[in-house]
Design a protein around this ligand. Sequence first.
Ligand SMILES: CC(C)(COP(=O)(O)OP(=O)(O)OC[C@H]1O[C@@H](n2cnc3c(N)ncnc32)[C@H](O)[C@@H]1OP(=O)(O)O)[C@@H](O)C(=O)NCCC(=O)NCCS
Length: 181
Amino acid sequence: MTTCNQINHRETLCVRPMGVDDLAEVFHIGELIFTAEYSPSLYRTWDEYEVISMFNSDSELCLVAESGDRIVGFALGTTVDKHHSAWKYGYLVWLGVCPKAQKLRVGQNLFKKMKRRMQAQGVRMIIVDTDADNRAGIDFFTKLGFGNIQEHVYMTLNLDRQAKKKKRKKEKKEKPDAANP
Ligand SMILES: CC(C)(COP(=O)(O)OP(=O)(O)OC[C@H]1O[C@@H](n2cnc3c(N)ncnc32)[C@H](O)[C@@H]1OP(=O)(O)O)[C@@H](O)C(=O)NCCC(=O)NCCS
């Protein structure tokens, strides 16, 4: 089981491309970070297929930060080309640093390398998103030069609950006495 990895102060921090052997560790570190308490939306969308799919679609923009032989953080990004537009966007989808390694410049180092790689691919603007109450995340991105904050609303529709409601309604219609004895 992955525990929260710490910085090994005797080793230098190395940011390198994520390899196939890193997938499981990155997934488990993400599980420690993107919990339901931290963010219900990130918790729902973080799973092993997410890591694999990011790696499949843009392995050049999948990075890990390593201290000693332990991964202490990761950044997973992609690019978006707009049809009929000269603009190419970089989208930093996931950025996570092990809780015990936070505030030690790991995130900053991951982002710097990601930015360089995106620039090399012709990206002219980088997009990030996070929960409106993720103060640490917002302060982090602001420190790195991001601005123009736009709030957006995240909504859910529980299809399971909706199906159960429909079923109850149908039963009530078919057997009105059974529903109201
Ligand atoms: C956001 C996150 C990636 C930052 O990584 P980090 O390695 O801890 O950040 P760094 O040490 O590189 O910080 C760089 C700057 O960001 C700001 N910052 C980072 N963490 C902060 C915090 N908890 N509170 C306030 N500012 C913070 C500081 O200005 C800092 O500069 P300083 O060291 O000169 O004070 C990390 O906290 C994390 O993994 N959070 C949970 C996941 C998350 O929110 N990801 C982003 C959305 S997907």
